[in-house]
Design a protein around this ligand. Structure first.
Ligand code: G6P
Length: 609
């Protein structure tokens, strides 16, 4: 979603702003802009389209004088992507400039109110209301005015504000949408996410809801809406800077696919001590509390939801507790039947997804215990859960998630073993088998990655399909959801995932000569059933890519092309089978010349409903 940056220091602001925005491009956007105070006016430059267009327009920032400014990449919600709707937005007289991430839900009412009083609007955005309200309520004191405006607007917002009367300040505000403050030497920054400031500083503050930061060149003060000072801990970011760089790879997505063995190891190794999974430092549940849960609800969005679908099979198998999996945006409005006997597991890479966060809060209100599986340390979802278990995937930049998916699944296995042990629902023999297989998963992912050219070859034969279907049963079905999503989000090929047994109830009518079907057949006890389904689609002309385990040669006999993954226990096969699916999506999108890391219309972190 939208990206915000701000710089205040002694250097020319605009190159800093452009560099910061470039690092936030992964969030998804369709226009970009900056505003710099040039000594006289708040000078705004903005343009529809890629950041490159804006950058060329102002010669990499060289044309824009001034040492304080704010910038923005906009992912359109209210008003089409256009120059006019791009941020920053100015107030009527040009006194205030504002960048915003989020949605002002009552903007129509506020806009009408202001228009009745003669305020003229220029854009169709909700954000412009903030700029105009600031000017309308301005009483000479910026902080009071910002607080007044905060009391008028409803919704979610991270705001960066500059005012011509106080050109040596940036004001930053957060409510529900993420915003961090970067602390430099004689310079300070605001940003939606860490990569934007990492080249300049590793010390940050994370703003919480309803906090207001006042940045000058030498100082950052944080206050609440009662103007009380807030003392905050500085968070030091210890990522290697290369973690947020492409490091010689053409795309972040490919780099992140290749990083999966390491990310998986980093996530499981610190939690395996001797021959046990130990989560005692992270999970505060007592065995009695655990034994009292009558069901588990897993709630997430996108690929994180797909991890939840896999997790349902794993938890039900190992814990013998019923599991429901929900898309967060559905869960929160369906009045779910949950209470203190429900364990809610929330999964989110960013820890900021608006619907997932809202679902978490809804569950808390009902008294449920919340465990979150999150990648971003200190994010809202992690903070608001009873327990957060971090995936140690490092920063994920590509919009299409790969290593976050894999490490979320790794945490699911850890939880299954840890809880299964406490509940006594896993036999010692199974526990030992699962744990030793879990340790081997990273090596086996490496083996698959070494064979990536086989997938690349297949992709080169199949990249111009119009529709592709993914079929599988049980865990393979859960995984086919992710395979299909990965493909459609980056290659723009229409794709559907279907439970193989359900195909006959409708979708098989779409199979015709040459339709590509990716058949996932990794679960040995379901081979025969899958073979029947493969034969059914092939009889109708489908071309079939089979995905199965080494030594399972029966699948090969009924497919056009077969990709083999190493064997492991059935429950852990999704961790291996997802790799060729990611590679297939990647190679297809690459052959089609798509913008792989920043697919159209998509955003990495969906901070609005
Ligand atoms: C977006 C991303 C997906 C991600 C989903 C949920 O759609 O493109 O990759 O799975 O949001 O995000 P979260 O940060 O909550 O995992």
């Amino acid at each position: 979603m939208c990206g915000i940056v701000g710089y205040i220091g002694y250097e020319q602001a605009s190159p800093h702003l452009l560099r910061g925005l470039e690092k936030l491009e992964y969030r998804g956007y369709d226009s970009a802009g900056i505003c710099v105070y040039d000594g006289k006016i708040l000078d705004v430059f903005k343009s529809k389209g890629k950041l490159k267009i804006l950058s060329e327009m102002i010669h990499g920032g060289a044309d824009v004088k001034g040492t304080v400014g704010i910038g923005h990449t906009r992912w359109a919600t209210h008003g089409e992507p256009s120059d006019i709707n791009s941020h920053p937005h100015l107030s009527g007289s040009g006194k205030f400039a504002v960048v915003h991430n989020g949605i002002i839900e009552n903007y129509i009412k506020l806009k009408e109110h202001l228009m009745r009083r003669g305020v003229k609007f220029f854009s169709e955005t909700d954000t412009e209301v903030v700029a105009q309200l600031l000017e309308y309520y301005y009483n000479g004191n910026i902080i009071d005015t910002v607080i007044k405006v905060m009391s008028k607007v409803h919704g979610s917002y991270a705001l960066g504000i500059i005012c011509i009367d106080n050109p040596d300040q940036i004001i930053a505000v957060r409510k529900e949408s993420p915003l961090i403050i970067g602390l430099g030497k004689n310079e300070n920054y605001i940003a939606s996410d860490i990569p934007a400031i990492l080249a300049k500083t590793r010390d940050i503050y994370r703003l919480e809801n309803d906090e207001i930061a006042i940045l000058t060149r030498s100082d950052v003060r944080i206050i609440n809406t009662d103007k009380e000072e807030i003392k905050k801990e500085i968070q030091h970011i210890n990522w290697d800077i290369s973690a947020a760089e492409k490091g010689g790879y053409e795309h972040f997505m490919f780099k992140e696919i290749m990083e999966q063995p390491k990310a998986f190891r980093d996530t499981i190794n610190p939690r395996i001590r001797g021959d046990r999974v130990v989560l005692d430092d992270e999970i505060n549940l007592t065995p009695e509390q655990l034994k009292n849960f009558s069901k588990i609800c897993i709630v997430a969005c996108g690929s994180a939801y797909h991890v939840g679908v896999v997790a349902k099979y794993i938890f039900e198998q190992t814990l013998r507790i019923p599991v429901e999996v929900d898309i967060a945006s559905e869960f929160r409005y369906r009045n779910p039947i949950i209470d203190k006997k429900t364990l809610v597991i929330v999964i989110s890479q960013s820890g900021e997804t608006a619907d997932t966060l809202a679902a978490l809060r809804e569950s808390k209100k009902c008294g449920s215990y919340i465990i979150s599986i999150v990648n971003v340390v200190g994010s809202a979802i992690a903070n608001e859960s009873n327990d957060a278990i971090y995936t140690w995937a490092g920063p994920e930049i590509a919009v299409a998630t790969t290593k976050a998916y894999s490490t979320q699944l790794a945490v699911v296995y850890l939880l299954a073993l840890y809880f299964g042990d406490i509940l006594g629902t896993i036999s010692t023999m199974d526990y030992n088998k699962y744990l030793s297989e879990l340790r081997l998963i990273p090596d086996k992912i490496e083996q698959i990655l070494e064979n990536k050219e086989n997938i690349q070859y297949f992709a080169s034969q199949q990249f111009d399909n119009k529709d592709i279907f993914f079929i599988g049963r049980n865990l393979d079905y859960a995984l086919s959801l992710e395979g299909s999503l990965k493909l459609k989000e980056i290659s723009y090929i229409h794709s559907e995932a279907y439970a193989a047994g359900e195909l006959k109830h409708g979708t098989i009518s779409l199979i015709e000569k040459g339709t590509l079907v990716v058949a996932l057949a990794t679960q040995e006890d379901l081979f025969d059933k899958m073979i029947s389904n493969i034969v059914e689609v092939r009889t109708r002309g489908a071309v079939v890519l089979g995905l199965t385990c080494e030594e399972s040669t029966e699948i090969e006999k009924c497919t056009d092309f077969t990709f083999y993954i190493p064997k492991t226990c059935d429950l852990m096969l999704p961790s291996l089978a997802v790799i060729p699916l990611q590679l297939f999506a990647y190679y297809v999108a690459s052959l089609k010349g798509c913008d792989i890391d920043k697919p159209r219309n998509l955003a990495k972190s969906v901070t609005v409903e």
